[in-house]
Design a protein around this ligand. Structure first.
Ligand SMILES: NC(=O)c1ccc[n+]([C@@H]2O[C@H](COP(=O)([O-])OP(=O)(O)OC[C@H]3O[C@@H](n4cnc5c(N)ncnc54)[C@H](OP(=O)(O)O)[C@@H]3O)[C@@H](O)[C@H]2O)c1
Length: 257
Protein backbone atom coordinates (compact mmCIF):
# COMPACT_ATOMS: atom_id res chain seq x y z
CA UNK A 1 0.00 0.00 0.00
CA UNK A 2 1.29 3.46 -0.83
CA UNK A 3 -0.16 6.39 1.05
CA UNK A 4 -0.59 9.70 -0.70
CA UNK A 5 -1.47 12.66 1.50
CA UNK A 6 -1.73 15.63 -0.79
CA UNK A 7 -3.24 18.37 1.38
CA UNK A 8 -0.29 20.39 2.71
CA UNK A 9 -1.63 20.97 6.21
CA UNK A 10 -4.20 18.28 6.95
CA UNK A 11 -3.33 15.27 9.10
CA UNK A 12 -7.00 14.22 9.39
CA UNK A 13 -7.32 10.43 9.42
CA UNK A 14 -3.62 9.84 10.01
CA UNK A 15 -2.27 7.62 12.78
CA UNK A 16 0.03 9.56 15.10
CA UNK A 17 2.10 8.07 17.94
CA UNK A 18 3.56 10.36 20.61
CA UNK A 19 6.07 8.90 23.07
CA UNK A 20 5.85 10.80 26.34
CA UNK A 21 2.49 11.94 25.05
CA UNK A 22 0.72 12.10 28.40
CA UNK A 23 2.15 15.30 29.91
CA UNK A 24 3.99 18.47 28.96
CA UNK A 25 5.10 19.02 25.37
CA UNK A 26 4.09 15.47 24.41
CA UNK A 27 0.58 16.00 25.75
CA UNK A 28 0.44 19.21 23.74
CA UNK A 29 1.18 17.10 20.64
CA UNK A 30 -1.40 14.44 21.53
CA UNK A 31 -4.07 17.13 22.02
CA UNK A 32 -3.13 18.96 18.83
CA UNK A 33 -3.08 15.83 16.67
CA UNK A 34 -6.40 14.61 18.07
CA UNK A 35 -8.03 18.00 17.50
CA UNK A 36 -6.66 18.03 13.93
CA UNK A 37 -8.63 14.82 13.31
CA UNK A 38 -5.82 12.28 13.61
CA UNK A 39 -5.90 9.07 15.61
CA UNK A 40 -3.65 10.22 18.45
CA UNK A 41 -1.88 7.52 20.46
CA UNK A 42 -0.02 8.66 23.57
CA UNK A 43 2.63 6.45 25.20
CA UNK A 44 3.80 6.89 28.78
CA UNK A 45 4.69 4.92 31.88
CA UNK A 46 1.99 6.12 34.30
CA UNK A 47 -1.30 4.55 33.21
CA UNK A 48 -3.53 6.65 35.48
CA UNK A 49 -2.11 9.89 34.05
CA UNK A 50 -2.32 8.64 30.49
CA UNK A 51 -5.89 7.35 30.77
CA UNK A 52 -7.05 10.64 32.34
CA UNK A 53 -5.42 12.67 29.58
CA UNK A 54 -7.01 10.75 26.70
CA UNK A 55 -10.37 10.61 28.51
CA UNK A 56 -10.54 14.42 28.24
CA UNK A 57 -9.92 14.26 24.50
CA UNK A 58 -12.48 11.50 24.01
CA UNK A 59 -15.01 13.56 25.94
CA UNK A 60 -14.46 16.26 23.30
CA UNK A 61 -15.23 13.63 20.65
CA UNK A 62 -11.67 12.98 19.49
CA UNK A 63 -9.97 9.71 18.60
CA UNK A 64 -7.35 9.52 21.35
CA UNK A 65 -5.72 6.47 22.93
CA UNK A 66 -3.23 5.67 25.66
CA UNK A 67 -0.86 2.71 25.81
CA UNK A 68 1.40 2.15 28.79
CA UNK A 69 5.01 1.83 27.62
CA UNK A 70 8.43 2.67 28.98
CA UNK A 71 10.03 3.63 25.68
CA UNK A 72 13.51 2.84 27.00
CA UNK A 73 12.52 -0.80 27.59
CA UNK A 74 12.96 -2.93 24.48
CA UNK A 75 10.43 -5.62 25.48
CA UNK A 76 7.76 -3.00 26.22
CA UNK A 77 8.46 -1.17 22.96
CA UNK A 78 8.22 -4.47 21.07
CA UNK A 79 4.84 -5.31 22.59
CA UNK A 80 3.43 -1.79 22.23
CA UNK A 81 4.53 -1.22 18.66
CA UNK A 82 3.12 -4.62 17.69
CA UNK A 83 -0.19 -3.78 19.40
CA UNK A 84 -0.37 -0.48 17.48
CA UNK A 85 0.39 -2.05 14.11
CA UNK A 86 -2.02 -4.94 14.76
CA UNK A 87 -4.86 -2.55 15.63
CA UNK A 88 -4.33 0.41 13.28
CA UNK A 89 -2.24 -1.20 10.53
CA UNK A 90 0.02 1.77 10.01
CA UNK A 91 1.74 4.75 11.61
CA UNK A 92 2.00 8.01 9.68
CA UNK A 93 3.46 10.24 12.40
CA UNK A 94 5.91 9.36 15.16
CA UNK A 95 6.95 12.00 17.70
CA UNK A 96 9.78 10.89 19.96
CA UNK A 97 9.19 13.19 22.92
CA UNK A 98 9.94 10.88 25.90
CA UNK A 99 13.13 11.79 27.74
CA UNK A 100 14.52 14.12 30.34
CA UNK A 101 17.09 14.58 33.07
CA UNK A 102 17.17 14.54 36.82
CA UNK A 103 20.25 16.20 38.35
CA UNK A 104 23.03 18.40 37.05
CA UNK A 105 26.14 17.78 39.16
CA UNK A 106 29.65 18.91 38.11
CA UNK A 107 31.55 16.46 35.89
CA UNK A 108 33.49 14.93 38.79
CA UNK A 109 30.17 13.64 40.16
CA UNK A 110 28.57 12.36 36.94
CA UNK A 111 28.48 8.60 37.41
CA UNK A 112 28.83 5.97 34.73
CA UNK A 113 25.33 4.80 35.69
CA UNK A 114 23.90 8.30 35.16
CA UNK A 115 25.54 8.51 31.73
CA UNK A 116 24.08 5.17 30.68
CA UNK A 117 20.67 6.00 32.10
CA UNK A 118 20.56 9.26 30.13
CA UNK A 119 21.58 7.40 26.97
CA UNK A 120 18.78 4.86 27.44
CA UNK A 121 16.19 7.54 28.28
CA UNK A 122 17.03 10.07 25.57
CA UNK A 123 18.61 8.13 22.68
CA UNK A 124 17.79 4.43 22.93
CA UNK A 125 14.11 5.25 23.56
CA UNK A 126 14.00 7.10 20.24
CA UNK A 127 15.87 4.49 18.22
CA UNK A 128 13.90 1.46 19.49
CA UNK A 129 10.43 2.65 18.54
CA UNK A 130 11.57 4.31 15.32
CA UNK A 131 13.06 0.96 14.23
CA UNK A 132 9.72 -0.74 14.85
CA UNK A 133 7.64 1.70 12.77
CA UNK A 134 9.99 2.44 9.86
CA UNK A 135 9.12 -0.77 7.93
CA UNK A 136 5.41 0.16 7.92
CA UNK A 137 6.22 3.74 6.89
CA UNK A 138 8.45 2.46 4.07
CA UNK A 139 5.70 0.13 2.89
CA UNK A 140 3.30 3.10 2.78
CA UNK A 141 5.85 5.41 1.13
CA UNK A 142 5.05 8.02 3.76
CA UNK A 143 6.09 9.03 7.26
CA UNK A 144 6.84 11.98 9.52
CA UNK A 145 9.23 11.48 12.42
CA UNK A 146 10.11 14.20 14.94
CA UNK A 147 12.94 13.82 17.45
CA UNK A 148 12.99 15.85 20.66
CA UNK A 149 16.26 17.70 21.30
CA UNK A 150 16.73 20.91 23.27
CA UNK A 151 18.46 24.27 23.25
CA UNK A 152 20.83 22.56 25.69
CA UNK A 153 22.00 20.36 22.81
CA UNK A 154 22.77 23.49 20.75
CA UNK A 155 24.85 25.50 23.22
CA UNK A 156 26.51 25.17 26.61
CA UNK A 157 24.20 25.91 29.54
CA UNK A 158 25.15 25.23 33.14
CA UNK A 159 21.54 24.73 34.28
CA UNK A 160 21.22 21.46 32.34
CA UNK A 161 22.83 18.12 33.18
CA UNK A 162 26.05 17.33 31.33
CA UNK A 163 24.79 13.92 30.27
CA UNK A 164 21.46 15.39 29.09
CA UNK A 165 23.13 18.11 26.98
CA UNK A 166 25.32 15.39 25.47
CA UNK A 167 22.31 13.26 24.53
CA UNK A 168 20.39 16.25 23.12
CA UNK A 169 23.34 17.04 20.83
CA UNK A 170 23.44 13.32 19.96
CA UNK A 171 19.77 13.45 19.03
CA UNK A 172 20.61 16.05 16.40
CA UNK A 173 23.21 13.66 14.90
CA UNK A 174 20.68 10.83 15.01
CA UNK A 175 18.13 13.02 13.23
CA UNK A 176 20.47 14.09 10.44
CA UNK A 177 21.77 10.58 9.79
CA UNK A 178 18.31 9.01 9.81
CA UNK A 179 16.86 11.84 7.72
CA UNK A 180 19.11 11.13 4.74
CA UNK A 181 18.52 7.38 5.04
CA UNK A 182 14.73 7.65 5.03
CA UNK A 183 14.07 10.65 2.75
CA UNK A 184 14.02 8.47 -0.40
CA UNK A 185 11.06 6.54 1.10
CA UNK A 186 8.87 9.60 1.62
CA UNK A 187 9.73 9.70 5.31
CA UNK A 188 10.74 13.11 6.68
CA UNK A 189 12.83 13.02 9.86
CA UNK A 190 13.37 16.28 11.72
CA UNK A 191 14.21 17.56 15.15
CA UNK A 192 12.77 20.16 17.51
CA UNK A 193 14.99 22.03 19.97
CA UNK A 194 12.81 23.83 22.54
CA UNK A 195 13.95 26.40 25.02
CA UNK A 196 12.43 26.33 28.50
CA UNK A 197 8.76 25.46 28.20
CA UNK A 198 6.25 25.57 31.03
CA UNK A 199 5.46 21.88 31.56
CA UNK A 200 5.02 19.72 34.70
CA UNK A 201 8.75 19.04 34.55
CA UNK A 202 9.65 22.76 34.39
CA UNK A 203 7.17 23.54 37.18
CA UNK A 204 9.33 21.50 39.55
CA UNK A 205 11.69 24.51 39.62
CA UNK A 206 11.04 27.44 41.93
CA UNK A 207 9.09 30.49 40.73
CA UNK A 208 12.28 32.54 41.21
CA UNK A 209 14.28 30.26 38.96
CA UNK A 210 11.57 30.23 36.26
CA UNK A 211 11.34 34.04 36.43
CA UNK A 212 15.12 34.32 36.10
CA UNK A 213 15.01 32.02 33.05
CA UNK A 214 12.21 34.08 31.52
CA UNK A 215 14.40 37.19 31.81
CA UNK A 216 17.00 35.51 29.51
CA UNK A 217 14.37 35.02 26.79
CA UNK A 218 13.82 37.98 24.42
CA UNK A 219 10.08 37.19 24.22
CA UNK A 220 10.07 37.72 27.99
CA UNK A 221 8.41 34.48 29.07
CA UNK A 222 8.67 30.71 28.90
CA UNK A 223 7.23 28.72 26.01
CA UNK A 224 3.90 26.94 26.23
CA UNK A 225 3.04 23.33 25.47
CA UNK A 226 0.69 24.49 22.70
CA UNK A 227 3.38 26.63 21.04
CA UNK A 228 5.77 23.68 20.95
CA UNK A 229 3.04 21.38 19.67
CA UNK A 230 2.29 23.90 16.93
CA UNK A 231 5.91 23.82 15.69
CA UNK A 232 5.98 20.02 15.89
CA UNK A 233 2.66 19.82 14.05
CA UNK A 234 4.24 21.62 11.08
CA UNK A 235 7.01 19.00 10.89
CA UNK A 236 4.29 16.31 10.89
CA UNK A 237 2.23 17.71 8.02
CA UNK A 238 2.30 16.43 4.44
CA UNK A 239 3.67 19.87 3.45
CA UNK A 240 6.89 19.21 5.37
CA UNK A 241 8.06 16.63 2.81
CA UNK A 242 10.97 18.82 1.67
CA UNK A 243 11.99 19.63 5.27
CA UNK A 244 14.59 16.93 5.91
CA UNK A 245 17.07 16.69 8.79
CA UNK A 246 16.19 20.16 10.08
CA UNK A 247 16.62 21.36 13.64
CA UNK A 248 13.76 23.71 14.47
CA UNK A 249 14.77 26.04 17.33
CA UNK A 250 11.72 27.18 19.28
CA UNK A 251 13.02 29.18 22.22
CA UNK A 252 11.63 32.71 22.21
CA UNK A 253 14.95 34.03 20.87
CA UNK A 254 17.00 32.67 23.77
CA UNK A 255 19.49 31.12 21.30
CA UNK A 256 19.59 32.09 17.64
CA UNK A 257 22.73 30.32 16.45
N1 LIG B 1 10.14 21.54 29.22
C1 LIG B 1 11.22 22.06 28.69
O1 LIG B 1 11.61 23.20 28.99
C2 LIG B 1 12.01 21.27 27.65
C3 LIG B 1 12.95 21.96 26.88
C4 LIG B 1 13.69 21.25 25.95
C5 LIG B 1 13.46 19.89 25.75
N2 LIG B 1 12.51 19.26 26.53
C6 LIG B 1 12.33 17.82 26.30
O2 LIG B 1 10.98 17.61 25.94
C7 LIG B 1 10.54 16.35 26.42
C8 LIG B 1 9.29 16.56 27.26
O3 LIG B 1 9.61 17.45 28.31
P1 LIG B 1 8.47 17.97 29.29
O4 LIG B 1 9.04 19.13 30.02
O5 LIG B 1 7.21 18.07 28.56
O6 LIG B 1 8.45 16.72 30.32
P2 LIG B 1 7.36 16.26 31.38
O7 LIG B 1 6.50 17.39 31.79
O8 LIG B 1 8.14 15.55 32.44
O9 LIG B 1 6.52 15.17 30.57
C9 LIG B 1 7.23 14.06 30.08
C10 LIG B 1 6.28 13.03 29.53
O10 LIG B 1 7.04 11.95 29.00
C11 LIG B 1 6.66 10.73 29.64
N3 LIG B 1 7.86 9.90 29.70
C12 LIG B 1 9.03 10.19 30.29
N4 LIG B 1 9.88 9.18 30.15
C13 LIG B 1 9.25 8.22 29.45
C14 LIG B 1 9.60 6.94 28.98
N5 LIG B 1 10.81 6.39 29.25
N6 LIG B 1 8.71 6.24 28.27
C15 LIG B 1 7.48 6.75 28.02
N7 LIG B 1 7.08 7.94 28.44
C16 LIG B 1 7.96 8.69 29.14
C17 LIG B 1 6.06 11.16 30.97
O11 LIG B 1 5.08 10.27 31.46
P3 LIG B 1 5.46 9.06 32.47
O12 LIG B 1 6.32 9.64 33.54
O13 LIG B 1 4.13 8.57 32.93
O14 LIG B 1 6.17 8.07 31.63
C18 LIG B 1 5.36 12.45 30.56
O15 LIG B 1 4.15 12.17 29.93
C19 LIG B 1 11.70 15.75 27.21
O16 LIG B 1 12.41 14.87 26.36
C20 LIG B 1 12.56 16.95 27.54
O17 LIG B 1 13.89 16.62 27.68
C21 LIG B 1 11.79 19.92 27.46
Amino acid sequence: MTTSFTHLTSIRGQVAVVTGGTAGIGAGCTRRFAREGATAIALGRDAAKGEAMVAELRAEGHDAHFLACDCADEAEVDATSKAILDRWGRVDILCNIAGGWIEHPPIEEVTNAALHHSFEWNIVSKVLITQRFVPAMKANGYGRIVMMSSTTGRRGRMGAALQYSTMQAGTIGLTRRLAVELAPYGIAVNCIAPGTTLTPRARRHSDERLAATARTIPVGRLGTEDELAHAIWYLCTPGAGFTIGAVLDVNGGNWTG
